[in-house]
Design a protein around this ligand. Sequence first.
Ligand code: SF4
Length: 683
Amino acid sequence: MADWSGLTRRLESSGAGRLELPFAEIERLIGGRLPPSSQYPAFWSNSSSYAKAWKRAGYESTRRGVPTGYMGFVRTRTLTAAPTAPGPAPVAGQSGRATGEVILVGCVKTKAPGASPARDLYLSPLFERRRRYAESSGRPWYILSAEHGLLDPGSIIEPYDVYLADQTAGYRQAWGEWVAAKLTRVRGSIDGLVIEVHAGAAYVDAIEEPLRRRGAVLLTPLAGLRRGEQLAWYDGPGEETWSREQVVPPVPGDEQQFQDLVILDGPHEIGSFTFRWPTGTEDFDRGWDLTVEAAGRRHRVRHGLGARQVYGTRRRHSVTFVDDWAAAEGVAPDDYETSGCLISPLKDHAGRLIRPGEQVPAPYDGFPLVSHAEQIVAPYSRDALAVRLHWDDITSWVGYALARLSVRRADAARPSQVPATPPRPTGPRTSALPPAVVRALLDYGQAQAPAAVGQVTFTPHPEANALIMDNPFAFLLAVIFDQGIPAERAWRAPYELMRRLGHLDPARMLADPEGVRTAVAQPPVLHRYREKLPGWLVAAARIVLRDYAGDAARIWNDHPTARQLQQRLDRFPGIGQKKAAMAVEILDRDLGVPVRELDGSDIAYDVHVRRVFLRAGLAEYDGLDHMIDVARRAHPERPGAIDMPAWLIGRQWCHAGLPDCPACVLSDVCPKDIDRANAVRGA
Ligand code: SF4
């Protein structure tokens, strides 16, 4: 007979704001098998008879993970009563606060006198703090408006004089339903979505039931706090995030050995935290901090446990950061549910995988080794040895991360074999390209391509994405915007421009160039090229009107060849070879525009692509014609197909300064000619 109090005790003793438990662990906790109905999300509903097992501990289930044998729990309240059984005492610095995937911010009475973007309309110290919190979180956020229901922060609205707490019960009830419906329309299904609400009680009361009915989990971190306490909450340390920007790897020591690892402090469990990678954030539902000493050096270590989509499914994933450097990662093997272990492929001093039968560097001595390919049976599983450690063996993960750094540093100390400025060949290059690199690039490109036409995500903003998909002129403007600023911002810019202008009509833009200039320059500015970019936008409007009868779709809807299309796009001011080649690929690959003769497509001469081509041994020197020639020889059927994977790799791992080779998907096959790209400059 199962006893669900074991799950309650497990949750009560957890410091985590969020955690995922494999079904196998839940069965161990309850001392019996889960019923067959547990294979359906409804079983895990927060109103089911089983829910008291987790609600009693202050948690709600997200009802996610059923297909992969997990259940997610989010701490929605802090217990004030004594736990049903003794658990570990809270440790210093342990917040354990769950954060939402979406933030809702309540409006306030005081407003600006004229029409403004919603984010700027409300004037009060409390709203200012709510907004700052939401914006700095990096998560999607919306404003709860008593007049408008749910508002995008960028929506331009007039001041109004409606405050929810002053309205009738009937209005508040209808308003709550309206907000829930709008949120569902914006986000899609909100079943299992964790929503963090920063608003007064009238707002929370009105939306709570409609949102919960749709399966959302509500977090109200400021519930019950008085106004002064709320202000102090925002002014406090807040959500903990780590940023990887400007991080340098730990200083190497000669012949570091970590058998003498000394734990000076910790491990302290710190609950959930978010790490900011260069291309996005990763949430860890559990984390631990330690201070350690090894080979006479002191290191600050953080170990995080989260989950990632990898090797075809969502798996547990850990990262061990040493002095802010992601030194080792672990991923759940196929038997994780029963073993609780994670594995990490072994790499040598040059970042190459160590294959079964090859010599294992001394710092890895003593770690249990397995075959990665046998532990994870999936496409792209590594043919390599891997360390296998239990997820909660934090000390061993730290020792392994330090060992990995030690192995890697042994290589960093060696003089480079590559001259800083490689000689430029005088004649055409005909040497064979490394086939493994080409293959790996194409495989990665295939893996990253959207599953279906129309599923591409240009920006995290859904309405901006929809505009790009639906409006060919918006697509054209996005291509022009996409230079000198982050791509996500560029692809959102046409949407923001449309909001500011009230239209995206080429004729009206051509008639009002000053209006376009003002709209681009209005804070927050849409582009850093405040002078020339508005001119390019107006020029694009002129060309579309003159050559394509005002319909940008006519640039490509007569089934041009790749080369013709690239030439047409190249004629627009602000679109050169790089953007034209990129646009051809996106139109065909992501937007389903039929383009003929893709053997005539090309890579974009982009700084990320060039860097990867040089370091991965595809290109010998940095030159437009040479790079284009390399791509044409590498993949004659469609040279442009190499563009996207190289760009992604350059952006994510192959940084201009120190590339993150251990994490890079080309790591196994790349010769890592790092210095070869030293002179690559540009945007
Ligand atoms: S990050 Fe390293 S492995 Fe990846 S492409 Fe660059 S040099 Fe090669």
